[in-house]
Design a protein around this ligand. Structure first.
Ligand code: NDP
Length: 455
């Protein structure tokens, strides 16, 4: 009997696999969504490669190596005892130590972190660096907390996490709600607990082992990805109207790079709404926003007051006409209808700075309309790539120059782009970057897992 699956059999295997994932992980909607999106690309690819499905490689990737869940107890400024939940999901270390950020946000659940750790495994593989996939965090909300409260929380969180991480085991970094301040407190506590100065976290301050351009890398990389996609069509970002969501780390550096490349950014947002500035958010206005967000910890609506532009309360920016869109806030922030609206309004390219910002129906709409679509695992891999370089610098006890790192970031994003083209080009010439990213990310991890046997 042939070991090559027919398209009908492939679909049947996919559905059976997906039903199993849903059954084993009840209620974990985000995790189901991420696994389905990857499996949809991988099953047709492996249909004529029986060694992958016989060894249940994708099934094994969709089951984290390990999940640690722990209590985090800390004291607020009024002396009240607060209890939060901490997590670390170690998804897969076939090609290197677990690597992935920590998220502090009230909507953090096991499902969210499992989806992020699963995605991270493919993303890290795409960078070409030896990093496995992990993710962690807590339902702690840093908003409205004093510096001392954030510090006490970070210390309490690390009191448990330090048992499970290490420079050759698992190297966390920042994500939503975890920026330079939090990484400093976390690293300080790790150092105190272990009496070791090692590269156990990335995104550190420059004074204590951090890497130049790490802060900028995710946003810049997301824009480089768009630049690479446009270059295939002999086009550039120059003169394009761009819509960006979010106003945190990824969004602000995406805006900076778009401006440098001659584009015009007309929106930014946060969870309360978006601002629309038809004149463009230039470097001066952007500096004002970075100060508002990172120093004053203010809201994007204050931009509307300061620069006398519209604020759309409770809305997302996808209704604004644009050439290019950059979702840079959070998961599932572009619905199917919003994706269709973007296409209808003439949007020709989407590069995802946030993780899984587009709902599955929206992704399907982009692919059906055959617009340029760079999925998050490819488009936002610049951050973890520079984190990987920070790990190398820490191990070798050296610091690379900004010029070296800028070159390496650009080269990495081009390498990711080219892998997507290699695995994602369709017979009519359209590049399905989603399929390309999924397959390219899968192959390296899968081959390493095959080499290890059944473990
Ligand atoms: P930040 O915390 O710096 O900023 C997050 C931004 O998204 C804020 O503007 C926040 O607004 C907004 N946001 C968060 N939750 C929601 C929500 N439910 N609805 C609408 N807006 C929301 O995080 P980052 O910029 O670091 O991360 C943004 C995205 O990029 C995430 O998906 C993250 O996983 C991804 N990413 C980040 C990397 C990095 O290097 N930092 C690397 C790779 C991916 P508000 O203040 O109102 O919550």
């Amino acid at each position: 009997m042939s070991k090559i699956a027919t398209p009908e059999k492939t679909q049947e295997y996919l559905e059976r696999f997906y039903a199993g994932v849903q059954r084993r992980n009840p209620g974990e909607q985000e995790f189901h969504q991420a696994v389905y999106e990857v499996a949809h690309s991988i099953f047709p690819y492996i249909s004529d490669k029986p060694h992958y499905h016989e060894k249940q490689i994708l099934e094994r990737m969709a089951e984290p190596d390990r999940v640690v869940i722990f209590r985090v107890v800390w004291e607020d400024d009024e002396g009240n005892i607060r209890v939060n939940r901490g997590y670390r999901v170690q998804n897969n270390n076939a090609i290197g130590p677990y690597k992935g950020g920590l998220r502090f946000h009230p909507n953090v659940t096991l499902s969210v972190l499992k989806f992020l750790a699963f995605e991270q495994t493919f993303k890290n593989s795409l960078t070409g660096l030896p990093m496995g996939g992990g993710k962690g965090g807590s339902d702690f909300n840093p908003k409205g907390k004093s510096d001392s409260e954030v510090m006490r929380f970070c210390q309490a969180f690390m009191n448990e996490l330090y048992h499970h991480i290490g420079p050759d085991i698992d190297v966390p970094a920042g994500d939503i709600g975890v920026g330079a301040r939090e990484i400093g407190y976390l690293f300080g506590q790790y150092k105190r607990l272990t009496n070791q100065f090692v590269g156990v976290l990335t995104g550190k301050g420059l004074e204590f082992g951090g890497s130049l351009i790490r802060t900028e890398a995710t946003g810049y990389g997301t824009v480089y990805m768009m630049e690479n996609m446009l270059a295939v069509k002999n086009d550039t970002i120059d003169g394009k109207t761009c819509v960006v969501s979010g106003s945190g780390n990824v969004a602000t550096y995406a805006v900076e790079k778009i401006n440098q490349l001659g584009g015009k950014v007309v929106t930014l947002s946060d969870s309360s709404g978006y601002v629309f500035d038809p004149d463009g958010i230039d470097a001066e206005k952007l500096a004002w926003i970075v100060d508002l967000k990172t120093v004053k910890r203010g809201r994007i609506s204050e931009y509307a007051d300061e620069f006398n532009v519209e604020f759309h309360q409770g809305k997302r920016p996808w209704e604004v006409e644009c050439d290019l869109a950059f979702p840079c806030a959070t998961q599932n922030e572009v619905s199917g209808d919003e994706a269709k609206l973007l296409i209808k309004n003439g949007c020709r390219g989407v590069s995802e700075g946030a993780n899984m910002p587009t709902e599955q129906v929206g992704v399907d709409a982009f692919l059906e309309a055959k617009i340029m679509f760079a999925p998050s695992k490819a488009a936002n891999a610049g951050g973890v790539a520079v984190s990987g370089l920070e790990m190398s610098q820490n191990s070798a006890r050296i610091s690379w120059s900004e010029g070296d790192l800028q070159t390496l970031l650009k080269k990495t994003m081009l390498g990711i782009h080219d892998q997507c083209v290699e695995y994602g080009q369709e017979p009519d010439g359209y590049v399905n970057y989603l399929k390309g990213a999924n397959v390219a990310g899968f192959v390296k991890v899968a081959d390493a897992m095959l080499a290890y046997g059944v473990v």
